[in-house]
Design a protein around this ligand. Structure first.
Ligand SMILES: NC(=O)c1ccc[n+]([C@@H]2O[C@H](COP(=O)([O-])OP(=O)(O)OC[C@H]3O[C@@H](n4cnc5c(N)ncnc54)[C@H](O)[C@@H]3O)[C@@H](O)[C@H]2O)c1
Length: 344
């Protein structure tokens, strides 16, 4: 057996893709998935891995120091990748507290365990939202790793704090830390409160597609497996203490995305409903990924036109998964937020 990699949040959208990638492409690695299964995690997402002898799952909360330390004591991971987070901007506007607890204090707990048990690498999964936003009329501007942190929402602020804390643990305690900051992801298993699965789900059921403002906000979309390969490249080729931006130069406005989905599904644009804009809504995100491309040899391989087809096909073929997500707590949330909507 080679390395043991501990992944937090591995039942979520990106974390599960990462676990599956490691199991498939690093046959001598063991994957330890630690996830407390919030509303954003569906047990079906990880059911196939449960039978793999190289995979172990712990239902644990990264805010619970005793529980996290006990897992480290037992598993002794060499590498730790921290995906676990509250990840939905709209929810952070409604209730910031849990974002600060999980995204900042939970990250601290995981890093304290990393220090105590002497891991070779702690990787913090970050977001381009920490850079704030760019104006719509300056397509020449991009987020670089040295772009100042300038957050807009409680979510992005909690993520920025976690990144900075991770870099501080490197500088102060010598913890071998890397940080990646990625643009908007899309692909299978994304919880349907986020733009693309929400629109696919509503369009499939001929429900209105609520679009914030005029739908002109621009996001830089990356297929989830490309993101996961980027993180793996940072683990294997990245330099400790460094930040790497991951993005695909694939900017699209929200309204463009919605129209692409409607066209793919053969549904009319009359389903689009414009609704009051999100508070503090960022205008444009655009990553400059040249450092990761040059230093790691990483680059995205899935073109948006292919990725979106794969994604739509996956949601159509996995209607049960979507139904499981959209029952129970989701319904309460959806009822409350209906008339609003989200793009990340
Ligand atoms: N989705 C994107 O477009 C995107 C882009 C850039 C960065 N990111 C970052 O990537 C990471 C994963 O995002 P995602 O979209 O997969 O999120 P997600 O909401 O789909 O998944 C988060 C997972 O973390 C788990 N979790 C939450 N709180 C926890 C806690 N206290 N203890 C243990 N587990 C907990 C949840 O149960 C869930 O399985 C996050 O850190 C997010 O900030 C996401």
């Amino acid at each position: 057996m080679g390395k043991t990699i501990l992944v937090t949040g591995g039942a979520g959208f990106i974390g599960n893709c990462f676990c599956k990638l490691i199991l498939k492409e690093r046959p001598d690695w063991k994957v330890v998935n630690v996830d407390c299964m919030t509303y954003a995690a569906n047990p079906s997402t990880i059911k196939n891995e449960m039978n793999d002898p190289r995979y172990v799952f712990y239902r644990e909360d990264i805010r619970r120091r005793d529980g996290i330390f006990a897992i480290f004591e037992k598993e002794r991971p060499g590498i730790v990748v921290n995906f676990a987070a509250e990840s939905h901007v709209d929810r952070s506007i409604e209730n910031p507290g849990v974002f600060l607890e999980t995204n900042i204090l939970g990250t601290q707990v995981v890093m304290d365990a990393c220090r105590m048990y002497g891991v070779e690498r702690f990787h913090q999964v970050g977001t381009d939202e920490v850079y704030g936003d760019l104006p719509l009329d300056r397509p020449d501007l991009f987020f670089r790793e040295d772009t100042p942190i300038r957050t807009s929402s409680p979510y992005s602020t909690s993520k920025a704090a976690a990144d900075l804390l991770a870099l501080a643990y490197h500088r102060t305690y010598g913890l071998p830390v890397t940080v990646s900051r990625c643009s908007n992801n899309y692909g299978p298993y994304q919880f349907p409160e986020k733009l693309i699965p929400l629109m696919i789900n509503n369009a499939t059921h001929d429900k209105p597609l609520p679009v914030y403002g005029e739908g002109l906000n621009v996001r830089d979309w990356l297929y989830v497996e490309d993101h996961c390969r980027g993180i793996l490249s940072v683990l294997e080729k990245g330099k400790v203490g460094e930040v790497y931006n991951l993005g695909g130069h694939n900017e699209k406005s929200n309204i463009e995305i919605v129209k692409i989905i409607l066209k793919e599904l053969g549904k009319p644009e009359s389903l689009i409903t414009f609704v009051a804009d999100r508070k503090g809504h960022d205008q444009r995100y655009a990553i400059d990924p040249s450092k990761a491309m040059a230093d790691l040899g990483w680059q995205p391989t899935t073109m948006f036109k292919d990725g979106i087809r794969l994604t739509i096909a996956w949601y159509r073929e996995n209607a049960d998964w979507l139904d499981e997500c959209t029952s129970g707590e989701y319904r309460n949330y959806y009822d409350k937020m209906y008339g609003k909507r989200s793009d990340k």
